[in-house]
Design a protein around this ligand. Sequence first.
Ligand code: FES
Ligand code: FE2
Length: 345
Amino acid sequence: MDVQMFWRDQWYAAAWGSEIVDKPVARMVCNEAIVLFRRTNGEVAALADYCPHRLLPLSEGHQEGDLLVCRYHGVRIDHEGICRYAPRTKKVGPKFRANTYTVVERYELIWVWIGNPDNVDESGVPAFPWLSDSRWTGRGGMFEINCDFRLLVDNLMDLTHEAAVHSNSIGQPELLDAPFDTEVNGDDVRIKRHMFGVPQPAFQSTYIQRELKTDGPIDRLQDIRFVKPTNVTIDACFAVPGTGADQGDRSRAITFMVLNIITPSTPTRTMYFWNIVRDFLIEDEEVSEVLQAGINVVFAEDVEVLEAQQRAIEHAPEKRMRMLGIDTGASCVRSVIERGVGATN
Ligand code: FES
Ligand SMILES: [Fe+2]
């Protein structure tokens, strides 16, 4: 796959909804510079981030009511990209406007359509229903990582790395050789890794002990799914051994949904929106805070690895990766993405 190309005619997350309040926000999505702003009716608009006059990013300016005001000479642009005021000019030409993007605010995220506007399909917004479901709670965050987004997708499709990268928190050595199943169905790729009667990992043990009343071995289930075009969900379940969690009975289990919303900014820069929502202690704000802080530290370990990996790749672009038995999921996902890129470019 040509690293300059992305899977088009897809929705990509550009921001958490809570980030877009009363100021323009600049985001690079699949190499397209976009400015987001919230109108007074609450809807979010997205424009190409160039002033039609001298191309200063509109995000450098400010918002006045429903208009963006360019910082340079004060041109005012509305949510449809139309110029509503230009100095010393009665009427601007039809090309004096900013291009627009279709936006959907769903699951607490702002999604923009990258591709042909004639093909917009709202049913294709990647499904992250846990983010707007009161039975789940959690606090997330966002990292901007200096790496090819595919390195992050590889990382999440293969959680073996938890044993090494996160050995003091969410990892455990049992992950290294645990068998897993890979299912591929069209664009869906799913990895199931079920470990029975393993020790409790350090990071989750507080909650396992508190909720499941055991400090002994547990069943640890990981169900990883690729969500096209570039996202990953992980159903991470910890259960009292032999209580049927692997068959769907979660009555003696706690579950974390690890939600990884990944947006390529450029070929070497990635936005990583994340949240880990849980189905227990959902009223407890302190638990949310502690988990958020803890996961920030854990994911920062991934960021370090990914950025070092990216630097090595850029330094020696002729080198090729060589696959191991742990890479099935990541390899399948790379093929799906490559197919999507090929079909839409
Ligand atoms: S560059 Fe925006 S008004 Fe001149
Ligand atoms: Fe990780």
